[in-house]
Design a protein around this ligand. Structure first.
Ligand code: SAM
Length: 197
């Protein structure tokens, strides 16, 4: 069985259109077989995004790592006037993100394929992620700990993990070096905020 994070070029395409509304702003996203949460926007991603939007950060540089079809990064760019780069290891996901970006004239940023930070050259004010869990703890920690090499010195990492997917053990590992806050929780999902330095 193939996982959503693999590049399965033989997988038949079945494009769907997903809808999302935030206050009076309306968005649509193309999704497809072979990408995460293809049938509907993931609850954890929504909780992460909406928690982040309440932080009222505007005009910042953001990296959405593990962007899928671009839900988190596109909404952030459009609603907060921010420059957002979006990366994923899954080529089909990045292709969908590029198609989804085109619908928003005021989107600023880029989408490209990257295994964790392998192709990421810049530094950001914010790194945000609903990280892949099934890739294993080592890759998960590469994505979370690697954020601090790609954040400006006063930047922040935001991420979501379900409590029953080891969120608290990940928290313990990260807080050896930094203060880790839980800024929201709902339905077993925890939203974390970590300041660089
Ligand atoms: C939980 S999904 C979140 C997707 C999207 N952000 C959303 O909210 O719908 C995690 C994403 O990480 C991607 N991913 C898995 N391994 C990766 C890696 N090594 N580097 C970058 N992205 C990866 C997967 O392809 C998947 O799209």
């Amino acid at each position: 069985m193939s996982h959503y994070f693999e590049n399965d070029t033989d997988l038949k395409s079945n494009i769907r259109e997903l809808k999302y509304a935030y206050n009076s702003s309306f968005f649509t996203f193309l999704s497809d077989n072979g990408v995460f949460s293809k049938k509907g926007i993931d609850y954890g991603s929504r909780l992460l995004l909406e928690t982040y939007l309440k932080e009222n950060k505007t005009n910042v540089n953001v990296l959405d790592i593990g962007c899928g079809y671009g839900f988190i990064g596109i909404v952030i760019s459009v609603l907060t006037n921010s420059y957002v780069d979006m990366v994923d290891i899954n080529k089909r996901a990045v292709h969908l993100t590029k198609r989804n970006i085109k619908k928003y004239d005021n989107f600023k940023g880029n989408a490209f394929v990257s295994d964790a930070y392998s192709e990421v050259k810049d530094k950001y004010d914010v790194i945000i992620t609903n990280p892949p869990i099934r890739v294993g703890k080592e890759k998960l920690l590469e994505i979370l700990n690697g954020a601090f090499d790609h954040l400006n010195s006063d930047g922040y990492l935001y991420f979501v993990i379900r409590k029953n997917q080891g969120a608290l053990s990940i928290k313990k590992i990260l807080e050896v070096d930094r203060k880790v806050e839980i800024i929201n929780r709902d339905k077993g999902y925890l939203i974390f905020k970590v300041k660089n330095n």
